[in-house]
Design a protein around this ligand. Structure first.
Ligand code: NAG
Ligand code: NAG
Ligand code: NAG
Ligand code: NAG
Ligand code: NAG
Length: 467
């Protein structure tokens, strides 16, 4: 009798545990099904795929790419990764619009894991410079709004735009060939800018369909992800999955925007004209917007929208913790008190907005936390200088520890192909100046030790200019 009881109890326990187990498993499966994607982790846990740390991000013009650059800079700093930065003679870009070569890379930033500053893409040179498992990423923007943005941003800088009477976009598009000179050094801002940045031929006629197809195929082959500015958060979700990064790694604040009054809406008919004038870019955009949505679909709509929601919520939390419950103040550059936060302005006519900190921020946060918050809203030029300074310090410390004579390291650390003609600048290039400001972009001061480099690269100051 008691044996029967024991048996019944055993059966009961087994059933319950089976139910519990099965139920737990069922709900886990349900959740996984519901998410449709790998669950988010806020802390790295062992056994998970390690984060991918070799990234080449081609920073295209006027495409929210500054926001991406800031995100990558912060990721690099958190993970002690080396970011390839331009030699000072190149300004804060890799001597754009010249085609990228590894000679443009500052020797204190070698060998790099990440590269993200403006350049004209050159696959062969990047392959020599970057680790062989580098993931290539770039970003495109809808051509009509992008061209309006370029036209306004470079209105006083690009000759093709300066010639247009009354700075009228309509007038330019009426007769583009009247104002546009394909061989002028700044002509890439006036036609197929994305194609040019990607290393393509911006002046290939629209009738050359074979060229457009081949170029697109090449971009598709090299870049693992082509983000779309209009779908920025969704693009970040794809990026996060591609690189096995955490949600925390893709938080951002929008940077380098114009004030609403500097923007204008396009009259009907204008977008079509812009697409015709920039036909290579238009093809690229349509192709990669379609492929972005295919990738999103294969990740699963539920997963994507859930991650986008979580991203925005985490972003709000970050802003609250950084800026004491208030958004940093969106201000035009001239009004920003903190020079480290003042964005560069292309001309008096365009108002680029940046952020100023709430006046009493310093009392609320301090130390590393505040620095982290400051960097979230630090403009490109200033952040580039800050990074170069810290990487140069790290480089020197590393070389002092090896107790080598001070003149040796520069030569010995350089890959062979970079050693050519380096003998004149044996002393390491000076650290960036203590007071970065918007002005310093337009005329990069060649510092001690880089003067010879300036001459060697054959740069005129004007070429090292403009973002
Ligand atoms: C980065 O380097 C610092 C100082 O060298 C060290 O304290 C920190 O743990 C490192 N962080 C990572 C993620 O490696
Ligand atoms: C990448 O580089 C590593 C070390 O530098 C090497 O061991 C590996 O074979 C390379 N992989 C490929 C695919 O070239
Ligand atoms: C430029 O503006 C002036 C004054 O607003 C106007 O008289 C002139 O016709 C305009 N020129 C063109 C080419 O639109
Ligand atoms: C990109 O493609 C998606 C899906 O086809 C479409 O809904 C969206 O409007 C496109 N975006 C733009 C800016 O054309
Ligand atoms: C910071 O300043 C804002 C507005 O000036 C004020 O409302 C807030 O209470 C201040 N916070 C602290 C912690 O002083």
């Amino acid at each position: 009798m008691s044996q029967k009881k024991i048996f019944l109890v055993f059966v009961a326990i087994s059933t319950v545990s089976l139910l519990l187990h099965h139920g737990g498993h069922l709900s886990w499966t349900m959740e996984a099904f519901h998410l449709g994607c790998s669950t988010l982790r806020s802390h790295p846990s062992p056994g998970l795929k390690p984060k991918h740390t070799s990234v080449a991000f081609l920073k295209t013009h006027k495409t929210a790419s500054t926001t991406m650059q800031n995100l990558l800079f912060r990721f690099a700093e958190r993970n002690n990764l080396t970011v390839a930065l331009p030699v000072q003679a190149c300004g804060h870009q890799f001597c754009y619009p010249r085609s990228f070569t590894s000679h443009f890379v500052h020797p204190h930033t070698l060998p790099p894991s990440i590269i993200t500053s403006h350049m004209r893409f050159n696959r062969a040179e990047l392959r020599r410079l970057m680790p062989n498992d580098t993931v290539y990423v770039t970003i495109l923007r809808e051509p009509a709004s992008m061209f309006e943005s370029l036209f306004s941003y470079y209105n006083q800088y690009c000759q093709s735009f300066k010639r247009v009477p009354n700075g009228s976009l309509e007038a330019f598009l009426e007769e583009p060939w009247r104002y546009y000179r394909p061989d002028e050094k700044d002509s890439m801002y006036a036609r197929n800018t994305l194609t040019f940045d990607l290393g393509g031929d911006k002046d290939r006629p629209a009738t050359d369909v074979a060229y457009a197809r081949a170029f697109m195929a090449e971009v598709e082959r090299v870049f693992s992800l082509v983000m779309i500015a209009e779908h920025f958060d969704e693009s970040l979700v794809l990026l996060r999955h591609l690189l096995s990064w955490d949600l925390d790694d893709v938080l951002y604040v929008k940077l380098n925007m114009r004030t609403p009054s500097s923007k204008r809406s396009l009259t009907p008919g204008l977008p079509a004209k812009i697409r015709t004038w920039n036909s290579l870019d238009a093809r690229l955009y349509d192709h990669f917007n379609a492929s972005l949505w295919r990738q999103l679909a294969s990740l699963g709509q539920a997963c994507v929208s859930r991650e986008v929601r979580l991203l925005r919520r985490a972003q709000e939390r970050l802003m609250r913790s950084c800026f004491g419950g208030r958004m940093p103040l969106l201000r035009s550059a001239a009004q920003i008190k903190n020079k480290d936060l003042r964005p560069w302005q292309p001309s008096a006519k365009v108002d680029i907005v940046g952020y100023d900190l709430p006046a009493n921020l310093s009392r609320e946060t301090s130390g590393p936390a505040q620095e982290h918050c400051l960097k979230l809203i630090m403009p490109e030029v200033q952040y580039t200088r800050v990074l170069l300074r810290s990487q140069s310090l790290r480089y020197r410390r590393g070389h002092q520890q090896q107790s080598q004579p001070p003149q040796q390291p520069l030569r010995s650390v350089l890959p062979r192909h970079l050693q050519v003609g380096i003998h004149r600048s044996q002393s390491p290039p000076a650290l960036p100046g203590p007071r970065p400001g918007p002005d310093s972009t337009s005329t990069p001061r060649p510092a001690a030790g880089t003067l010879s480099r300036t001459t060697r690269l054959g740069l005129r100051p004007s070429q090292a200019h403009a973002s």
